[in-house]
Design a protein around this ligand. Structure first.
Ligand code: PLP
Length: 377
């Protein structure tokens, strides 16, 4: 249920993906030289499927892709400030590795450069007034707003109706580059990402994780007039990387995307996700816990609160350690869950109803066993 923190949307060691990667590695063994035919094919497939993509570039990880997106936004706007959402995780680099699982802007890493960190400002998710207040103060100095359109790094937090539309219109009004980080949601919730589901189109977006079912690749795409500024198209914004467009990962991505395009795969993920959420709700009722289950598609999150949180501070108020303790203890009954506080369960296409039953049995055993420990927390 860990799913590698999200990538493994088809299940581990998917035969079709693995054999496509092996075949490409043996046919196209010169990474870092030129574009391959399959890289072009993947680019064309994504441009067809993802609303914001006029063109796309590939690199090896989500962090690299968000780094390039933010540097591009700074280059084209000539501005320095970056807006992000509290609780959003967008990778390990200095501009974004702040404001995660804490109520302030403490950098996640020692050695982060103050000059970079202080350009980043956060607003709470779903807070319309907070967003408008920020824009009035800093809108004209902000290069980019980066956010997960559905927050998965703190479980499952859905945008309120109209929130993403407001984000979109404010970014357009102030000339800010809107970046959707779909590293978790992209391909998992559909090849078009959450942008297709919500109908809100960003200027740039980043896909990774489930794009290749666990092989290292990320895609950065968006408006052609922005993307043309990258050095790959003759512009001044550097885009390099020896392993960019690595044939093995590209082949894995082409195969994963083809499988995810089949509507049956979405139906199955939806069904397994629903069974898991229903099972958890039953257990919560049975044990009379003040917990809430939130699900979107194949991702399920639990909060020790009566109502779904709307932002990071509500999520942190929901005693995430209690749920994490339960998820950790499930390992003793054969179920591997991500036990970081506010982590999520990731169902895959390989899961069956009987797997979900096993997960729920492990949950029940865990709930029975350490109940007294949790009640004391
Ligand atoms: N963006 C989001 C939403 C993520 O969840 C992650 C990783 O967890 C990243 C970016 C960074 O991706 P990577 O770990 O591939 O660098």
């Amino acid at each position: 249920m860990h799913g590698g923190s999200g990538p493994v949307v088809l299940g581990h060691a998917n035969l079709a993906v693995d054999s496509a990667a092996r075949d490409a590695a043996s046919r196209l063994g010169l990474p870092g030289v030129v574009r391959t035919d399959i890289e072009v094919e993947l680019a064309e497939t994504l441009v067809e499927s993802i609303p914001s993509f006029d063109s796309v570039l590939f690199c090896s990880s989500g962090s690299e892709a968000t780094y390039h997106a933010i540097r591009l936004a700074r280059a084209v706007t000539g501005r320095r400030k970056l807006l992000k959402v509290e609780g959003g995780y967008h990778g390990w680099h200095d501009s974004v590795a702040v404001g995660f699982l804490k109520g302030d802007l403490t950098p996640m890493s020692a050695g982060a450069l103050d000059d970079v960190v202080k350009q980043t400002i956060t607003v709470p998710f779903n807070d319309r007034d907070g967003l408008l207040g920020y824009m009035n103060e800093w809108g004209g100095e902000t290069a980019a707003f980066i956010l997960e359109p559905i927050m998965h790094n703190i479980g499952v937090i859905l945008p309120d109706p109209g929130y993403l539309e407001l984000v979109r219109s404010e970014c357009s009004r102030w000339g800010i580059v809107l970046i959707f980080d779909e590293v978790v949601s992209g391909v998992r919730h559909g090849v078009g990402g959450f942008q297709e589901i919500s109908g809100v189109t960003p200027d740039l977006s980043v896909f990774g994780k489930a794009l290749a079912n666990g092989y290292p690749i990320a895609a950065l795409g968006g408006r052609g007039d922005l993307m043309d500024n990258f050095s790959t198209g003759g512009g001044t914004v550097l885009f390099l990387g020896t392993y960019n467009g690595h044939p093995g990962s590209v082949a894995a991505a082409l195969t994963t995307v083809a499988i995810r395009k089949d509507p049956q795969s979405t139906l199955h993920l939806e069904k397994m996700g629903e069974s898991l959420a229903i099972g958890w709700r039953d257990l919560i009722g049975q044990f009379d816990l003040p917990w809430t289950v939130v699900r979107f598609g194949s991702i399920v999150a639990l909060y020790a609160s009566h109502k779904p949180p709307n932002n990071q501070s509500e999520a942190l108020d929901s005693s995430p350690e209690v749920v994490a303790a339960c998820r950790e203890s499930m390992a003793r009954y054969g179920v591997f869950e991500n036990a970081r506080p506010l982590a999520r369960s990731c169902v895959s296409l390989a899961h069956t109803e009987s797997d979900i039953e096993r997960v729920l049995e492990a949950a029940e055993m865990s709930l029975k066993e350490p109940l007294n420990i949790w009640m004391e927390l």
